[in-house]
Structures are given as C-alpha cells and as structure tokens.
Design a protein around this ligand. Structure first.
Ligand code: SER
Length: 594
C-alpha cells in the first residue's frame, strides 16, 4: 500500500464514522511556550480535551506532523524517528472505549483497510493502580472483538498510560495494539517484552487531568485520543520490518548511498540518523524555524550538525551544495501535496537555510574533530570550548566522547555557558522551570493580551492595521502588524492606556462557534483565515453590560483557537517594552504583563 493511500483510507474511514477531517497544526506550538514542539497529535487539541468547544465538533480525525527529541538516542534502529506523522481520531466528550476499540480493530484487520491478520494481533490494557482502576472495560471489549485472553496483557502505568504533555494536563489509561512480525506463526500468548511484537496503534482514554500536585482528577468529559505512527503502519502493512525501507525513507537512503558511495546495509545506524535528521530539519524549516543557539533553533542546529558529523565519519567528505539540494528535493518530493508542500517552491528556501548552516559548520568541523581526537579527558569546560569555538552542540560532543567511554559534566558545561551569558532555554536547560501549569497560565494571559493589543492598535492607528504575526513566550508577547511609520511615544502611550483600561474594566472573554463567513461579516478579525475550516471559534472581549450583538461594538472580536482567560482583570499591567521595524511596512511590538 502506498503512503498516500494509507493516509486517505484512514481519513475516509473516520470521516465515514462522522469525524471531521482537520489539518495538521504546525510543528512549533502556536500558543504554548511550555514545550518546544508538537510531540503528539493530542497536543494541539489540549484545550478541547479539557472541555473547550472545537469549531469542527466532537469527532475529529487528522494526520499530525510531530517532532520528538526524547528518543533521539534511539534513532538509528528500525522504528524510531524524530519527525513522524501521526494518524489520529478524536472524541471530545463523545464516543468512548467501545467505539474507539471497535474502529481501531476494524481499520487494522478489515480487508478493505489495512488487512492485517487477526491471528497476529496482541493488545495491552491498563492494569490499574491507586490513581485509576484496572481497565476491565477495554479488556472485555477486546474479548468481544474476538481477541483471545492470552493475547490481552495487563500492564502498569509506565506502559499503558499516556500523557500529559509536560507535567500537567489531560491524560489517561490506554490500550495498545501490537502486530507479530516474526516469520513463524504468532505465539499463543502476547508478550510485549518480545521485540517481534511491534506496537502499531495506541488508543488513549483521556478522562483525567493531572494537576501540578500530581493528582489525577476526573475530567468533565471522557475523551478518546488515538495515535498510529504513519511510518510504522506503512511498514507493517507492506510486510517490511524496517521503516527506512518504505517509500517515506527509501529515496533518501538511496540518495545518501549515491552521495557517499557507501552501502546502507553496512552502515545502517548512520544512514538512518542522517535521513531522519535531514527530514526533521526540512520540516522544521518549512515551519519557520531557523538554526540558532536556543529553543527550537538549537534543536534544528543540532540535527543538521549531527547529520554532518555522521556524514563526515561515513565518507570523510563534507557535503557540497549540490548534494544538499538533492537531499532536500528528495525529502520534499516524498511529501509533495501533503502539508502544503510544493517541492519546486519550497526546495530553494529550505536549501538556503540548510546550506548556510552546513557551510558555517564546515569551516570548523574538521578542526573540531581534530581537537576532539587530541582531548584525552573531556570536561565541561572543554565541551563548552568545542561548542563556542568549533560549533559542536553539547549532545554531539557527548556522543563522540561516549565512544571513548567518557561522559561530559553537564553542570560544568552549563556553568561555562551561563558565564557567557547565553543561557539556552532549551529543554535540557530547564524548559519546564516554573512548572508547566504556570507557563501555560502565563501563555494564556499573553494570548488574551495579544487580542487586546491588536484591537487597541486598530483604534489608535486605524482599521488598516493588519496582524502579520505573533509569538508568545513565558516572558513576553511579540506582535507584528502592517504600518509604515515608526510609532510615536504618544501613540505607544495611547495604545498601552487602551489595553490597560480594558484590563481595569475587567471585560469578559466569551467564545462562540459560527460559520466562518458569518464571523468575518460580523467584523471578527482573523489572521490564519485559510487555516480554519468552515466553522470557527470567535472570541469576543466585551463589557458584560454591553454584550456583543448590541449596538455597542465589542472591544475585540477575533477568530482564534484559544485558550483565553475568562476576564481581562486577570492580566495585570500591560507595558510595551519595544517597538521596531520587522521588515518593510511591518512594525513589531514586544510587550510584557506585570
Ligand atoms: N497521544 C498518544 C500517543 O502519542 C495517542 O495519540 O501515542
């Protein structure tokens, strides 16, 4: 089965069961600074799993681009990837275990869909603990679907529980499906320890919210979050056990063979890492990430530089521009037509970023590797020098010294790093400091403040002002908008005052779902108009004594996915800390809440 056929069959199947097909969210979460990347299909849907109304309804299906670096050390085997696609179906307080498991079973085994043999299926269910009981419902449902009891294994939380993303949020017990990949008949009993049983799908029953205190509270609604890794599903459906032998990777592997003059079979790990990292880098760049020394940019830099080190180790050569372009084009061609990818248009911009980064690193790569050979005993300071002088990300240095049986002292590295006043806010440097709840709450406040700012700008500078971009971190908001001149001090003051007045008035934030066209006609602003489906959520910020719909227009009305605070009084004091040019005809504002 082709990848395109698998994607289509999946979406069609769930559409026929009343699910709305929604597009993939970007790899960099739009309004959640607490995590670097979208790591699972459920991540962009967290507000809706917690009870917010989704504009497309209660049954959704999608193919979500995901990026995970937690398992980066596993990349190199047959089935781990940093970038992957996740096929998912969602119940937001609608159907629950019976339908979810029945549909998973049908899609996996029906000749019309994946046609995987029932005799090769094993499943696991949550065995229960003090936080949540044994999932006897799933157990019974699997029995009723014809799975033998020896093929149903009960497992603890570490295996059969999913979520939350970060420290707090929606989560729940799950039930996982495995396929026997051995050439012989599947054993009578399903044993998840046996690596020939390979996981294909995970149905999560999100009915708990994990609090900052570590408690599992029942959610107001019972949700289903399923996730099937596209790469794995494609391989298993085609009877291939190595994901890298499927059409999602094979052309890249072939290209690397051509460029390095080396054989995949003889260098499995290196080839897989290079192919994986290049693909992940391509998708990050398509989503606007640029190589940098912190946050997402640092991960991109690390992925690109690691592939280059591997490449160097493989063939002793540094890639030339032409070969880089060929790899980028190969990756884009694999995904042509998906995620709005247009190889012809995108290859040049992705190539420019990749080539620039690799050229930079090429200047110091050789010297850095020589330096590494010279170092007898690595320490934090030397690792920092390799980073600072030769551009070797810590993780790469670490990997190279692991081969010599040596570890890098992280604390010492960070001490040096801090001393150079460049503390990276990457995951390894305490991305979750302050706790996820706190960060999410702050992000929500900044999100609402962004709406107030957008409205205030239009009131002060005129209706011609159009939003051109926005970004939120735990420390500030950034807002780009069309406007030719630099703002005067008076204008800045006036904008601040308007926002602060809206905060003092403690306006109410309400949301309603409506038809996109009607929303636009009602004056709702919309930034990512094309990204939304036909029905949208509209957030109105207004004085409760003059609600929207009355003659008095609301302070702000925008199409948006949320989440937002309930009352603007929660925001605190708003202050613009910087106003500058972002590009021709576009100004940029940085603002904080105090
Ligand atoms: N959230 C679950 C996972 O990522 C199922 O989608 O495995």
């Amino acid at each position: 089965m082709k990848a395109s056929e698998l994607r289509q069959k999946y979406l069609d199947f769930f559409a026929s069961e009343g699910h709305k097909v929604i597009p993939s969210a970007p790899l960099v979460p739009e309004n959640d600074p607490s995590v670097l990347f979208t790591t699972a299909g459920m991540h962009p849907l967290v507000p809706y799993l917690l009870g917010e109304k989704h504009p497309e309804g209660k049954r959704l299906t999608d193919i979500q681009k995901c990026l995970r670096t937690d398992d980066i050390d596993e990349v190199g085997d047959i089935c781990h990837h940093t970038f992957f696609e996740m096929l998912g179906n969602w119940s937001l307080g609608d159907y629950f275990k019976t339908d979810a498991l029945k549909w998973s079973f049908e899609f996996l085994t029906s000749p019309e869909y994946l046609n995987l043999p029932k005799e090769k299926l094993g499943v696991s269910v949550f065995e229960g603990d003090t936080d949540a009981p044994f999932d006897n419902e799933s157990y019974d449902i699997w029995l009723s679907l014809g799975i033998d009891k020896d093929r149903i294994t009960k497992l603890p939380k570490k295996d059969n529980w999913w979520g939350p993303v970060g420290n707090v949020g929606p989560c729940g017990p799950d039930s996982e499906m495995f396929i026997w990949t051995g050439t012989d008949t599947a054993p009578k009993t399903f044993d998840p320890e046996n690596k020939q049983w390979v996981e294909i799908w995970n149905d999560v029953f999100m009915q708990y919210n994990k609090t900052a205190e570590g408690k599992f509270e029942k959610l107001s609604q019972q949700n289903v979050d399923t996730g099937m890794g596209m790469e794995r599903a494609l391989a298993l459906t085609n009877g291939v056990d190595d994901d890298y032998q499927t059409e999602l990777f094979l052309p890249i592997i072939k290209k690397i063979e051509k460029i390095t003059n080396k054989k995949y079979e003889e260098n499995l790990k290196e080839f897989r890492i290079i192919a994986d990292h290049f693909k992940a880098s391509t998708f990050l760049i398509l989503d606007g990430v640029l190589p940098a020394n912190k946050m997402q940019g640092y991960v991109l830099r690390r992925l690109l530089r690691r592939s280059m080190v591997k490449m160097h180790q493989l063939s002793g050569k540094i890639w030339n521009a032409e070969s880089i372009m060929e790899i980028v084009e190969t990756i884009l061609t694999i995904y042509e037509g998906n995620y709005n990818i247009n190889t012809e248009e995108d290859s040049k911009s992705v190539f420019a970023v990749v080539a620039d980064e690799l050229n930079r690193f090429a200047k110091t790569l050789d010297a850095g590797l020589k330096e590494i050979n010279k170092i007898e005993k690595i320490d934090g300071k030397k690792a920092f020098d390799l980073y600072q002088t030769y551009g070797f990300p810590l993780e790469i240095t670490e990997e190279l010294f692991k081969l010599k049986g040596q570890n890098v002292d992280h604390a010492e590295f960070e001490k040096e790093f801090n001393a150079h006043k460049e503390l990276s806010r990457t995951a390894s440097a305490g991305m979750f400091k302050g706790g996820l709840t706190e960060q999410t709450e702050i992000a929500t406040k900044y999100h609402t403040a962004t709406h107030l700012l957008n409205a205030a700008l239009r009131k002060v500078l005129g209706e011609g002002v159009q939003q051109k971009g926005s970004n939120i971190t735990a420390d500030r908001l950034r807002f780009d908008f069309s406007h030719k001149e630099k703002l005067t001090e008076e204008q800045i003051k006036e904008i601040e005052n308007l926002v602060n007045k809206a905060i003092e008035d403690n306006l109410t934030v309400t949301s309603e779902i409506m038809d996109k066209q009607i929303a636009l006609e009602s004056g709702a602003l919309g930034f990512f108009i094309d990204k939304y489906g036909d029905s949208v959520a509209v957030y109105t910020i207004s004085d409760p004594s003059t609600p929207s719909g009355r003659s008095e227009p609301p302070f702000s009305r925008e199409i948006c996915g949320g989440p937002h605070v309930k009352q603007t009084g929660e925001l605190g004091k708003f202050k613009i800390i910087k106003e500058e040019s972002a590009s021709a005809g576009i100004r940029r504002i940085y603002a904080v809440l105090g």
